[in-house]
Design a binder for this molecule. Structure first.
Ligand SMILES: NC(=O)c1ccc[n+]([C@@H]2O[C@H](COP(=O)([O-])OP(=O)(O)OC[C@H]3O[C@@H](n4cnc5c(N)ncnc54)[C@H](O)[C@@H]3O)[C@@H](O)[C@H]2O)c1
Length: 369
């Protein structure tokens, strides 16, 4: 896809595994043009640059580059907040991978710095802008199942040491199933139901260490700092009570990713780590029906959140995958951890706007009409 002149120029910091998904999908989005990349490891930057026709450079060089307006921070969780601050201090808009930060205070500082500088900060996940979650949003907004009373959200797997090239950080502070996968589920739920008001939880560490079971580093051992099984309840401001289970300790299960139980029907929300369906609906206890997807973007579209932030910058409107939303999700995750450790309900202070739904019938590559 040829990029229009008004596409904002984007640079990447962090050329690891996930950068491929951004570089591939962004080619089909009109609001952004990724042109340069950097990494602490220059070889990683050079390899990505060669594969996708970018200019590789040192991190400082990228931050000083006047052509770059948005920097995409695809570093590891422990570096997110610090790199976001570097980007904002360099006078550029920042968009980072999830989680928004490891510590809540760092997340707050990033939000405040962005406000002070008059810059945008955004954060993954952007899967809620995909066809699956947007279709669910339309079904709920149009009242098909009435008010949502309750629901369940399950992400349970055997962990990442059987496939990821660098799994160690997933078991350290800032990782674990809650901080790694929770953002997909909680963001999808906030998009559907609005903000969370309070939480309670219980968690445990299933294993004290994890053993790598893939490639030629088979057998490497990783220490576990975080809970690898977290179960909790999210009490949404709109009254819905959602039971959430996030685990890296489960070999197999048969739960759906998200089900919402409304006054008059049930909605099965597709895996929020994907952009597509299926969206299944049962009215008044009747048979399941698969709903047609009302929206586009039903394939891997990581970077659609950055494109939406670029659209928001150009039109001076709110971005959907915003820092405020990501901070709320971070606060909910910290509150779940705190509730589990201290055994009481925790109230959530932040209250972001529910993101605006995407319009129907968007032209491919566009985020507004
Ligand atoms: N791998 C996945 O499937 C996946 C999926 C969704 C989201 N994510 C998220 O994406 C982020 C990155 O994950 P990944 O799997 O690509 O990790 P990775 O380890 O493969 O890549 C991270 C890259 O960032 C670089 N880096 C780290 N700190 C840096 C710093 N301070 N400055 C510059 N470069 C730095 C590293 O050298 C490395 O090349 C994480 O937040 C993760 O949660 C990963």
């Amino acid at each position: 896809m040829n990029k229009p002149e008004e596409a904002l120029k984007v640079g990447i910091i962090g050329c690891g595994m996930i950068s491929k998904a951004y570089l591939t999908a962004s080619q089909n989005l009109l609001d952004i043009d990724i042109v340069k990349c950097a990494d602490l490891n220059m070889e990683a930057a050079k390899a990505k640059a060669e594969e996708y026709g970018l200019l590789p450079m040192a991190v400082d060089e990228l931050l000083a580059d006047p052509e770059i307006e948005i920097v995409l921070n695809l570093t590891i969780p422990a570096a997110h907040a610090q790199v976001n601050k570097q980007i904002l201090n360099a006078g550029k808009h920042a968009y980072c991978e999830k989680p928004f930060a490891v510590d809540l205070e760092d997340g707050r500082e990033v939000l405040e710095l962005a406000k002070e500088k008059g810059l945008r900060v955004g954060c993954a996940p952007d899967t809620f802008l995909g066809a699956g979650n947007q279709t669910c949003r339309k079904i709920l907004d149009d009242g098909w199942i009435g008010n949502v009373l309750s629901g369940t959200a399950f992400m349970m797997s055997a962990g990442v040491e059987n496939w990821h090239s660098n799994p160690g950080f997933y078991y350290l502070k800032g990782g674990g199933p809650l901080f790694d996968m929770g953002p997909y589920y909680i963001t999808a739920l906030v998009n559907l139901l609005g903000p969370v008001g309070s939480v309670c939880a219980a968690g445990k560490k299933g294993f004290s260490e994890r053993i790598r079971t893939c490639d030629d580093r088979y057998g490497e051992i990783y220490p576990v700092e975080v809970n690898t099984h977290v179960t909790g309840n999210l009490l949404f401001k709109n009254g819905a009570v959602i039971t959430l289970v996030m685990s890296f300790d489960v070999k197999k299960h048969s739960h759906k990713p998200i089900e919402l139980y409304g006054e008059t029907g049930t909605l099965q929300v597709p895996d929020p780590n994907t952009f597509s369906g299926p969206v299944n609906l049962s009215m008044k206890g009747g048979e399941w029906m698969e709903a047609p997807l009302s929206h586009g973007y039903d394939e891997q579209m990581r970077s659609i959140g950055v494109a939406d932030m670029a659209r928001a910058i150009k039109t001076n409107t709110p971005a959907r995958a915003s820092g405020d939303l990501a901070f709320h999700v971070l606060e909910v995750m910290h509150a779940l951890e705190r509730s589990s450790a201290e055994r009481f309900f925790v109230d959530i202070e932040s209250e972001p706007e529910q993101p605006a739904p995407l319009p129907l019938h968007l032209q491919p590559g566009k985020l507004d009409e």
